[in-house]
Design a protein around this ligand. Structure first.
Ligand SMILES: Cc1ncc(COP(=O)(O)O)c(C=O)c1O
Length: 702
């Protein structure tokens, strides 16, 4: 494999001017590094060493060093280092690169060789860890570099580091375990570092210089490690403070820009700043599998998963490809498309209660369409909504029944009434109070509570739910269905969250329900914008046009409602779920994470202040303060500490791509975060919170 060892060097350093030309013993700093690396190319015609520098004139003195060492000095792009490497790769026809920082004069040839071996064995990207700072090596193939460059803008490449540039690739990591490697900082950054390297290169025996373990031990034993700039507390303090300040500034700038042009700073209130702790990334750039990344390259294990819209994983290749196939077919045609028919037939065949479906882009339009159908079918106006279910639609019929009714006419507000989950009497009373006036009952099958049933009288969401709801048994939901039938009320089951999670046929199948209308959305197309109102033919056909003479109902009609990319993604998501054991995985992961959170709470000693609620499939968590009341400040602190551990958990939504590695990561972060919560319970939460506590979405005032 034609490989280049690229020593990145420039002469413009402000902290240590002309650092590569500084003398160390008999040679220059850079010459010492080259001498260390030369043996790697000695018996290999396919390995060449280069100095890669920027095109500025100030770098010309490097030529003498290159010439003396018999290696090539390559002038590439002045600022854009990935591009500079790409230019070099193209010029010399390289297949792989080992990238060495010219400041790292003790770069390990053994580590470089390990990288070459890994790349030759097919790794797209490889790095070592465990050696002292400045001795590890890393590299990547030309293909990896080309793909990364093609996917990024020049600005992004200029603004961010290598980690971000290659973040879509999984590196092969070669780990060394060397005592005292933490104590050694071997990089030429400040004048003190020069003293460190002078001591190493002039005093260290040659055989020790060649052996990373012996070298580290020697530097430590001789006390030479104390010479480098890392020993200066001020340096590290400044470094970390400066970095934190920069990150905060970047985040604040994004937040300001978002709020300047978008009311609420995001297109969903639950994505807003007031839903997250102060250290949360204000903005994200991309996601892959179970992770998302901020523009600064911070990686987060994601439990928000696009407000539960992603259930397989971000950017799942086969689903993206299915969407792209439809994009290439035009994405939105003049008449109904073949994928529109395929998607509709698929949904109808999948959900037993459904004869017809109309697709749309958002859940809200689907639920509003369901309500309209119910009103048209029954000729009645009133809507009964379940009070414990937090969201059905952004439309007035629903928002008018929340704490934020401003802007909604009184008569519309008065048309939506509430009943309580697991309280059939509350619904019966409502129906009795407004006889023959309710068009529909709308509810989710399950949110934080399960339906009361003979097998589950406490409405518990954990344990063996299948055993608690045997086929054919009754439960609260079934009672609602029967009550609706009795009073000629349309039973709308909103499966926006439960659909494609509880089971492929939804939670309705699990609980033996036969709703008149169902609504789906969120996870049905793994993040693509697809939702649908679906139901019994005699109701749905009100929106039809093929029965001459009947009065029409203007059901959903949107330009983008049947956008082909989304529907292609929906069909592929279903196929994926049928092919892989996705639903089984959800139940398994859910049970594991519930147990994990509860165990961590016990281990951290806050068992009395923490509670898992909901169900294994859609679990939720609550922190309780000293008075046993749900505490948003404690919750915020937990979220804040999790973010420090690289975990974004506004709620718990997991995907097929959340696996054992993610559980292990979660355990580490959760335990640490809970330990801080424990301290806050004694010392007061304000001492630990870096910003305001999160607020409920539905509150009247900002
Ligand atoms: C149960 C339920 N129904 C409907 C909706 C509305 O969906 P959308 O945000 O796609 O409009 C949501 C959104 O959170 C929901 O949770």
């Amino acid at each position: 494999m034609k490989t280049g060892i690229l020593i990145n060097a420039r002469l413009g350093s402000k902290r240590l001017p002309d650092k590569h030309l500084q003398s160390i013993g008999k040679g220059t700093a850079l010459a010492h590094l080259i001498i260390r690396l030369v043996p790697l190319a000695a018996n290999r015609k396919d390995i060449r060493i280069f100095i890669a520098t920027g095109s500025e004139q100030e770098n010309a003195p490097l030529q003498a060093i290159a010439q003396a060492a018999g290696i090539e000095l390559f002038y590439g792009d002045a600022d854009n280092i990935p591009l500079r490497h790409h230019q070099l790769v193209q010029r010399f026809g390289l297949a792989a690169i080992v990238s060495v920082d010219g400041d790292d004069l003790l770069s390990s040839p053994t580590a470089c060789q390990a990288i070459i071996d890994a790349l030759e064995n097919g790794a797209p990207l490889a790095r070592t860890e465990g050696l002292p700072f400045g001795m590890n090596a890393w590299g990547y193939t030309a293909k990896t570099l080309a793909e990364a460059i093609n996917s990024l803008s020049t600005n992004t490449m200029l603004e961010t580091g290598w980690g971000r540039i290659f973040s879509q690739f999984t590196p092969t990591v070669i780990t060394y375990s060397i005592s005292n490697s933490d104590a050694v900082r071997a990089t030429l950054d400040y004048p003190e570092d020069l003293e460190f390297f002078r001591a190493v290169f002039t005093k260290c025996p040659t055989d020790i210089l060649k052996d990373d373990r012996a070298l580290t031990a020697w530097i430590y034993a001789e006390g030479i490690y104390k010479l480098s700039s890392s020993r200066h507390e001020e340096y590290w303090n400044n470094f970390t403070q400066e970095k934190a300040k920069e990150d905060r500034q970047l985040n604040e700038n994004y937040s300001k820009r978002l709020h300047a042009v978008i009311p609420g700073g995001a297109h969903t209130y639950s994505r807003g700043d007031d839903q997250y702790p102060a250290n949360a990334p204000a903005i994200l750039e991309r996601g892959k599998g179970a992770y998302s990344w901020s523009p600064a390259g911070e990686k987060f294990l994601d439990y928000g998963m696009a407000l539960r819209a992603v259930n397989i994983g971000y950017a799942e290749p086969c689903i993206n490809e299915a969407a792209i196939r439809q994009i290439e077919k035009g994405n939105n045609l003049t008449r109904a498309s073949t994928i529109e028919l395929e998607a509709a037939e698929l949904l109808v065949s999948l959900i037993d209660s459904v004869d017809m479906v109309k697709f749309t882009k958002n859940g809200s339009t689907a639920t509003s369409a369901a309500v309209k159908l119910a009103r048209a079918y029954t000729g009645r106006d009133l809507i009964a909504r379940c009070a414990q279910h937090p969201f059905f639609s952004y439309d007035d019929w629903f928002i008018g029944s929340t704490a934020i009714p401003k802007g909604i006419p009184r008569n519309i507000i008065e048309q939506t009434k509430s009943f309580n989950y697991n309280d059939i009497v509350s619904l019966e009373k409502l129906i009795a109070e407004y006889p023959d006036q309710f068009a529909c009952v709308i509810m989710e099958p399950v949110s934080l509570e399960c339906p009361i049933s003979p097998g589950n009288p406490q409405a518990q969401g954990f344990g063996d739910l299948k055993a608690k709801y045997p086929k054919g048994s009754t439960n609260f939901l079934k009672e609602v269905e029967v009550l609706c039938k009795k009073h000629g009320i349309i039973f709308i089951l909103d499966e926006m969250i439960t659909g494609f999670r509880w089971g492929l046929k939804g939670a309705q199948e699990f609980f033996g329900l036969d709703p008149d209308i169902s609504t789906f959305g969120k996870a049905m197309a793994n993040g693509f914008s697809v939702a649908g109102v679906a139901g019994k033919r005699d109701i749905m056909k009100l929106g039809s046009t093929d029965t001459p003479g009947t009065e029409r109902v203007f059901l959903l009609s949107t330009t983008h409602g049947a956008e082909m990319s989304g529907l292609g993604a929906f069909v592929e998501t279903v196929k994926f779920m049928q092919r892989e054991k996705v639903i089984e995985h959800f139940w398994d992961y859910g049970q594991k994470i519930v147990a994990l959170m509860e165990t961590c709470a016990l281990e951290a000693g806050i068992g009395n202040h923490f509670k898992m609620i909901g169900t294994a499939i859609i679990p939720a968590f609550v922190f309780l303060d000293e008075s046993n009341t749900a505490s948003l400040p404690l919750r915020t602190l937990f979220l804040q500490e999790l973010i420090k551990a690289g975990i974004l958990m506004p709620w718990i939504s997991f995907t097929y791509r959340h696996g054992e590695a993610e559980l292990a990561l979660t355990r580490q972060g959760v335990l640490k975060a809970m330990e801080v919560v424990k301290k806050a319970l004694t010392d007061g939460v304000d001492r630990y919170l870096a910003g305001p506590a999160v607020k409920p979405v539905f509150r009247r005032f900002n």
